[in-house]
Design a protein around this ligand. Sequence first.
Ligand SMILES: *Cc1c(COP(=O)(O)O)cnc(C)c1O
Length: 229
Amino acid sequence: MQQVGYNLERVRQSIGDACRSAGRPPENITLVAVTKTFSAEVIEQAIALGLNIIGENRVQEALDKYSRIGTRVEWHLIGHLQSNKAKKAVEIFSLIHSVDSVDLAREVGRRAGQIGKNQEVLLEVNTSGEPQKYGFDPKEVLTALKEIKDIKGIKVLGLMTVGPLSDDADKVRSSFKMLKKIFDEIKLQAISNIEMKHLSMGMSGDYRVAIEEGSTMIRVGSAIFGNRN
Ligand SMILES: *Cc1c(COP(=O)(O)O)cnc(C)c1O
């Protein structure tokens, strides 16, 4: 607990530093505390430290923790969602960061509609070109949005990306720059039912760069909770 508190303090300071260097107000950055692989007890600690948005990458794992923690926090899905888990996902997640196909958007919309919900989502974009990563091809995002805008039961609120796994800071930065550019282009198009409010980019290793490049939502796990085994 003490260690987590100390880590969190460092992350908050470093968010502040990145904001100052980018000339942005720190209130513009939403911190999603990524607790995948960590227990519900760890989420209790996070709550005690003032964290109120929890990011999980697997639906079943999140459900198990949700049954202990409930709605004291907001739950975000940050990992790939399989269509057959959409029904469960819409029951607990307030924001799904990882919609990566039009078909998935339809299924999420259909399942959300069944429970009278308008599910807020982000579209995941594969900005690194790494084949093992999920997400729309950057060139496809706009076309996809023009189909997705008419789907009932979902509301697109922005974009998400996972930066390249690389020590090359320029590569990481250009990935974030690309997403920001797409975000701004979509905003300019003012597509009905599509809002560009959240730009979800930046993890423990690269959130400072992401903030400098315009991120509004960072997903931080190991820098707060320690290494996952
Ligand atoms: C695990 C994960 C994170 C957090 O990663 P850390 O390096 O532990 O901060 C963020 N986003 C996604 C999509 C993840 O799967």
